[in-house]
Design a protein around this ligand. Structure first.
Ligand SMILES: Cc1ncc(COP(=O)(O)O)c(C=O)c1O
Length: 392
């Protein structure tokens, strides 16, 4: 029988045990460099002297809202501020708010910052997204809203969320920090819910360093967010309400506009990479590619797979260490569910099971718009070699 790439890779010894690595040059985990166009856009603002939020922030708001099928866009300082603005406009202190147990901490911590109680909901075992049936079971008489993260770039089951919200009279806030330009049912994700929040942190699909944006289709919500964003100011030094300074600046706005010019093409490249990874990972027993939400088109901020510890003699962390030795860096999104964060010890009532188990199973492979044939070869061989070496 002819040896397959996988079987010959298996007989080789791991680089962490002194063997030859699959690649001496590591595959870059991400690609965040600025282009000349980005630098020129930022320089033009510096030369103009107009550093505060002005034309470039306004342009980013208009273009980003249009690109995501939303009516209004509001730039802000970062994705955490975006959540705080959306929650501030849509929640009241004392509310119970459904939120995924499997997400980045900010989705939940800003609920606490708004004076509300997060009610943690389990994840779906294949797509990692919020389990809307579990959300319904966790409703309380004080539940007024559901916050959902479109995690790793994949939209949640928007239809199920909107249906639950309609039946139970809930507000819906989508945290799309990782999901710029994702679509559901052929529409941009800005078309759904009461507000959608974004982060433009340096490593996001559109990264400006720090930065954020909220979209909404409701004029009154837009106005509330504008006031919260800038000290409730309705006229010069006239403050109708207490607010914050969560404004963006025009240097950031200019970088955002410049990067938005190529975000569509870069997103297409990520989608093609995810398809190639699906084929590679799907071949290896014990590893599972990420599931996809029906009707959704994700944007693959992260390509996160699951490793079944029952099939291997090593832990996920040992598996990742061996992959790094072969030239494939990985990352863990996330090492614990949000309910296991010490910060929430006083508000957690239980640890939803699927989310809790994911913490020992997930690993993210290199994902960005610059992956090519050679990188897929290295990742494929390294995965097969490490899986072979640790096969139970
Ligand atoms: C899902 C999610 N929500 C919110 C945030 C917060 O965004 P920022 O870091 O811009 O404050 C992030 C950033 O990592 C995120 O991934």
């Amino acid at each position: 029988m002819p040896a397959t790439a996988a079987s010959s890779a298996r007989s080789a010894s791991l680089a962490i045990d002194g063997g030859a690595p699959v690649s001496k040059t590591p595959v870059p985990f991400m690609k965040v460099g600025l282009t000349e166009a980005d630098i020129e856009a930022a320089t033009a603002v510096l030369k103009s002297g107009m550093l505060r939020a002005a034309k470039k922030c306004a342009e980013l708001e208009e273009r980003f809202a249009a690109a995501t099928d939303a009516k209004h866009g509001l730039t802000c300082a970062n994705g955490t501020c975006a959540l705080q603005l959306a929650y501030g406009a849509l929640l009241n202190p004392g509310d119970d708010v459904l939120v995924p147990a499997w997400t980045y901490i900010a989705t939940a911590s800003m609920i606490v910052a708004a004076g509300c109680r997060p009610v943690f909901v389990d994840a779906l075992p294949d797509t990692f997204q919020i389990d809307v049936r579990d959300a319904e079971k966790r409703l309380t008489p004080k539940t007024t809203a559901i916050a959902c993260t479109h995690l790793y770039g994949m939209p949640v089951d928007v239809e199920a969320v909107q249906d639950l919200a309609k039946r139970k009279g809930l507000r819906v806030i989508y945290d799309a920090a990782q999901s710029h330009l994702a679509t559901y049912g052929g529409k941009g994700i800005g078309a759904f819910g009461d507000a959608v929040t974004y982060s433009f942190y340096a490593t996001k699909n559109l990264g400006t360093g720090e930065g954020g944006l909220v979209t909404t289709n409701d004029d009154a919500t837009k106005r509330k967010i504008e006031l919260l964003r800038s000290h409730g100011e309705t006229d010069k030094y006239l403050h109708e309400q207490v607010g914050f300074n969560y404004r963006m600046n025009d240097i950031t706005g200019a970088i955002g506009c410049s990067k938005l010019d190529r975000l569509g093409a870069e997103t297409d490249a990520r989608r093609a990479s995810a398809d190639r990874y699906d084929a590679i990972v799907g071949e290896i027993d014990g590893l599972t590619p990420p599931g996809r939400t029906a009707k959704a088109d994700g944007v693959w901020h992260l390509y996160t797979i699951q490793m079944d510890p029952a099939k291997f003699t090593c832990t996920r962390d040992e598996f990742c260490k061996a992959l790094l030795g072969e030239g494939v860096p990985t990352a863990t999104h996330y090492p614990r569910s949000v309910t296991r964060q010490p910060a929430f010890k006083d508000v957690v009532t239980d640890h939803p099971k699927v989310a809790d188990a994911l913490a020992a199973r997930v690993l993210s492979l290199p994902m960005h718009h610059g992956l090519g044939d050679e990188q897929f070869r290295i990742v494929g061989e390294a995965l097969a070699k490490v899986a072979g070496a640790y096969r139970r």
